[in-house]
Design a binder for this molecule. Structure first.
Ligand code: NAG
Ligand code: NAG
Ligand code: NAG
Length: 433
């Protein structure tokens, strides 16, 4: 009897654990990968000591400023020196997926980045890399890519090493030198043979994702370009909220099993920045009112790179200053109303309240698709519940560009479908678990 009971107890507690703990090493299946927040218990990159709510908000804001500067520098085609921050901040994008590289496979947790094309991983012997490294010498399928290969012409600043193609580039505040290589990359259960990626040999700065980066952009050398036949340039993701770190989301590759009931807006292409996913944001509604935004703050302009992009690596949506001010002022008017509530700030957020509020919804109006953001995608609350902020901001002060970035806090618990062959992007609500 006693054993039966304790067995039952064991069974029940493992059931309960199964429900509460994320299943970190449950296998990715088919063409679907689990997506974890970097602060998730499944992430080796979570801070050693949990950050306070304020610390994590401020840290994510600081990281975002570098990220937005980086995106703007991509658009402007020139580098912008990121503001140095006092503390070492891990600036790598917010969500990670598991990839297996080589034969026998070595597992790496790579950052997902929709605004970058290439993939790169830190390789053994890397100078300046932290964390786990990929060991090419242990893989029987690893090959260096030679200088004469076509791929060597697609990388930034190529140079010829000992017959192998070397290149270097900047990412956020990091500069990275890598060797071009090929190996089998396995995503969920799909092996992609001879996948071309950068093997990082040297890095400086703190933006380099510790276990590498998986670029989901659509330019040359991207995952999409290299898996045309397999995934047909189609993928979707559901990003879990960072309030429920025990949840994981999913990255679904290929046209199979994508949602059918989803609203679409056309994807626009900027020839200067072929990897970024531009859409046409035409207006913004706060509650029922369409706010007054000068058209130039939203307009797509392929020559200057102005417009609106979806990005998986920025945390809080950034709008060009005139657009943000219009949204914020209407939001404050609706919240404050007759009560005349005091507005406070928290780091880069300028619309915070220290009393409970009733907030209006905000609707992003794209060509052909309206996305109404529920409160969870708009507001952040301190753990103690005493502070609530509108989780959006204007473009950083020193960034002189009209780039609106729809960021991951605003995408959480939605499925975002990138359908490149049909030139459209879809959004539908979904609770990622
Ligand atoms: C995640 O799960 C752990 C273990 O069950 C639990 O201690 C923790 O409170 C959970 N965190 C959240 C945010 O639910
Ligand atoms: C980047 O490549 C260029 C050209 O090959 C080289 O001169 C430069 O030293 C490299 N920079 C780094 C940081 O490796
Ligand atoms: C989006 O909202 C606007 C303004 O409320 C409305 O005029 C338009 O018909 C809506 N579009 C779609 C596709 O629902």
């Amino acid at each position: 009897m006693k054993t039966t009971l304790s067995l039952l107890f064991l069974f029940l507690s493992s059931l309960v654990q199964g429900l509460t703990y994320p299943k970190c090493d449950s296998h990715d299946h088919g063409s679907t990968l689990q997506v974890f927040h970097v602060f998730s218990p499944c992430s080796p990159f979570r801070p050693p000591k949990p950050l306070s709510w304020e610390e994590s908000v401020l840290q994510m804001q600081a990281k975002d400023i570098t990220r937005v500067q980086f995106l703007v520098s991509l658009v402007a085609g020139r580098s912008i020196v990121p503001i140095a921050s006092g503390r070492q901040i891990i600036q790598s994008p917010t969500y990670i997926v598991r990839a297996k590289i080589g034969n026998p496979p070595q597992t790496l947790l790579m950052a997902m980045d929709t605004s970058n094309d290439a993939a790169w991983v830190p390789c053994s012997g890397c100078d300046g890399c932290s964390s786990a490294l990929f060991a090419p010498e242990k893989s029987t399928t690893f090959k260096s890519v030679g200088c004469a290969a076509a791929e060597c012409k697609q990388v930034p600043n190529p140079s010829c090493g000992v017959s192998a193609c070397n290149f270097n580039f900047t990412y956020g505040s990091s500069s990275i030198a890598a060797n071009l290589a090929q190996d089998t990359v396995t995503l969920a259960t799909d092996p992609v043979p001879s996948y071309t990626f950068g093997c990082v040999a040297k890095t400086t700065g703190s933006s380099n994702p510790p276990q590498g980066l998986l670029g989901l952009g659509r330019g040359p050398l991207s995952l999409l370009s290299q898996t045309q036949n397999l995934y047909k340039s189609t993928f979707s993701y559901c990003l879990p909220s960072f309030k429920s770190l025990n949840f994981s989301g999913s990255l679904r590759l290929g046209p199979v099993a994508q949602p059918l009931r989803i609203k679409f807006t056309p994807l626009l292409k900027n020839p200067r920045r072929p990897s970024l996913y531009y859409v046409n944001l035409v207006a913004i509604r706060v509650g029922r009112k369409i706010v007054d935004i000068p058209p130039a703050a939203l307009a797509f302009n392929p020559t200057t790179g102005a417009g609106t992009i979806f990005d998986s690596g920025t945390v809080y949506t950034r709008l060009a200053a005139p657009a943000y001010v219009a949204v914020r002022d209407e939001f404050r008017r609706r919240v404050g109303g007759k009560a005349n509530l005091t507005v406070t700030t928290l780091g880069g957020f300028d619309t915070c309240y220290t009393v409970p509020i009733v907030a209006p919804t905000i609707t992003l109006i794209f060509s052909g698709m309206n996305v109404t953001l529920p409160q969870d995608n708009l507001l952040i609350h301190s753990t103690a519940g005493s502070t609530t902020c509108l989780a959006m901001a204007g473009a950083p002060d020193n960034v002189n560009s009209v780039l609106n970035v729809i960021a991951n806090m605003q995408q959480q618990n939605h499925r975002v479908l990138y359908d490149v062959p049909n030139s459209r992007l879809g959004v539908a609500r979904e609770l990622c678990t």
